[in-house]
Design a protein around this ligand. Structure first.
Ligand SMILES: [Zn+2]
Length: 289
């Protein structure tokens, strides 16, 4: 069995701070026995229903404090500044730094029980504090969060789609301001990579190719240039790609690379592949716009 994620462990640790050992034990038993027959996560928390055996059915509500709209904007802006956040999220992984991001906005992602988590159950025992039913629902929810950390964000007020759309919007506006800076500030053009990228953005790959001077060789062309940024899966392809005006123009300026083993003509083959990629990219971009 693999170890639970750090956020699932922290989720359970929060429960253990609230509930005594005996109720935790009973809660684990109820969870394992499948007594939690329904669990619905929504903005602000989760609702669970427990049934089974001769026991009276119970309803449990777990409430977490939602972030305000301005707190969310701050969180998304911070997260968008680091491209890997989107990649981690899409991979259903929360980087530990996410907690700092929430703290900076004066909020908390995982529950701080005495401050922002409240629980209710329909049993009489819960009048004295969290009962075994609450513990059972909390454990089952922990398993769900382990698989899908977006549920944690949902309980804090923004679902998966809203978070990803927010990240895209913040990254786009950050790119727009960076683009503006690099277009107007000649000091930024000292690095040939920056110049190449700026030309590719402004005029398409054909003019980027014209910047490939004679010092460009097959040894360096097939590696990513220094400073090439990672593509963020959360952003639109349309933000980073331009359609070239001529197929494989940059490649056609190069000699046949040493790794080319085929008897087919290298430049013709590249031209075909560039055409296919461009057609596919246009389809994708068409879909996304
Ligand atoms: Zn109860």
């Amino acid at each position: 069995m693999t170890e639970p994620s750090w956020w699932a462990q922290r989720w359970i640790a929060a429960l253990e701070r609230m509930v005594d050992a005996e109720r935790l034990r009973q809660g684990r038993w109820h969870a394992r026995a499948g007594r939690v027959v329904q669990l619905v996560v929504s903005s602000g928390g989760a609702e669970a229903r427990l049934e089974g055996g001769d026991a009276t059915p119970r309803s449990v509500a777990i409430r977490l404090r939602e972030l305000t709209a301005s707190q969310w904007e701050q969180v998304l802006e911070e997260m968008a500044a680091w491209a890997l956040f989107s990649a981690h999220l899409l991979n259903r992984h929360l980087p530990p730094e996410i907690e700092e991001v929430f703290e900076t906005a004066g909020a908390s992602l995982l529950p701080a029980p005495r401050r922002d988590a409240t629980c209710r159950c329909t049993c009489s025992d819960s009048r004295h504090g969290p009962c075994k039913h609450i513990a059972a629902a909390w454990y089952v929810l922990g398993d769900r969060l382990d698989d899908d950390p977006f549920l944690l964000l949902t309980m804090r007020g923004r679902g998966r789609d809203q978070v990803l759309a927010g990240l895209r919007a913040h990254r786009r506006s950050a790119q727009t301001s960076r683009r503006h800076d690099s277009d107007t500030d000649p000091a930024r053009w000292t690095d040939s990579t920056v110049a190449l990228q700026a030309a590719a953005r402004g005029n398409g790959l054909a003019s980027a190719a014209s910047l490939l001077s004679s010092e460009t060789s097959v040894d360096t062309f097939w590696t990513a240039p220094d400073g090439t940024r990672e593509f963020d899966p959360g952003e639109s392809l349309a933000d980073v790609a331009d359609t070239p005006t001529e197929d494989a123009q940059a490649v056609k300026r190069l000699e046949v690379p040493p790794f080319w083993r085929s008897r087919l003509d290298f430049h013709e083959e590249m031209e075909k592949r560039y055409r296919a990629i461009a057609a596919r990219a246009e389809l994708c971009l068409g879909d996304s716009s």
